[in-house]
Write a protein that binds this ligand. Sequence first.
Ligand code: T5A
Ligand code: NA
Length: 210
Amino acid sequence: AGLSCAEKRGALIVLEGLDRSGKSSQCASLVSFLNKQGISAEAWRFPDRSTAIGSMISSYLSSSADLDDCTVHLLFSANRWEKRSVMEAKLKEGTTLVVDRYSYSGVAFSAAKGLDLNWCKAPDQGLLAADLVLYLNIPPEVAAARGGYGGERYEKMDFQLEVAKYYKKLQDSTWQTIDATKSIEEVQEDIKNASLRIIAECSEGQELLR
Ligand code: T5A
Ligand code: NA
């Protein structure tokens, strides 16, 4: 069933990129900028570690729990599914969601481990589609130099290089590549401009993709 969206709706804006590319910092500043402009917007993130599924993912990432690759892939996807209806309601009431990682992370990180690309995509089919994906592009060695990687499972240079390859394969017409090696302020300018444009389009009643 389509969403009768003659009314204005919020935009689903996703930030993607390697670990330490600056996603969390940029999500927070974008949301506070939008709110100051009088635009209703919220910061979201995946994994959402606050749920029961999210806490399993969190234990896995900190290496305190071991799960096989397929199992953890499905948990990441389920963690998005459990938030789907709330996200849909927010968007329909006019709130823009600025989301730190989404299905693209799900596919890129699992495929980088060697799982089949199409198998990786399947469980996310039917989730809300992003209106805009801002890809924070950065060489992994530059990202690693930012305070260095912490102890989490995926924070290793060779693995991040592999993830970057899969991100490239996933690019579609909703993507905009942002040079994330620039200063925090310069990156923020690029992100603001792209976001205001898509929010204006969505508020003209563009249908929610699914
Ligand atoms: N994952 C995730 C999957 O495998 N499958 C999935 O489905 C999903 C959703 C956890 C891991 O889970 C994987 C991907 C991840 O490996 P996470 O909790 O989002 O995901 O962890 P990270 O993405 O690793 O979060 P980070 O905090 O490491 O990276 P951010 O958010 O990209 O970077 P940020 O903003 O925290 O900045 C990092 C540092 O750099 C500085 C900041 O001040 C900070 O110190 N910085 C800059 N320095 C210079 N210039 C700039 N332009 C800078 N921007 C930020
Ligand atoms: Na982050």
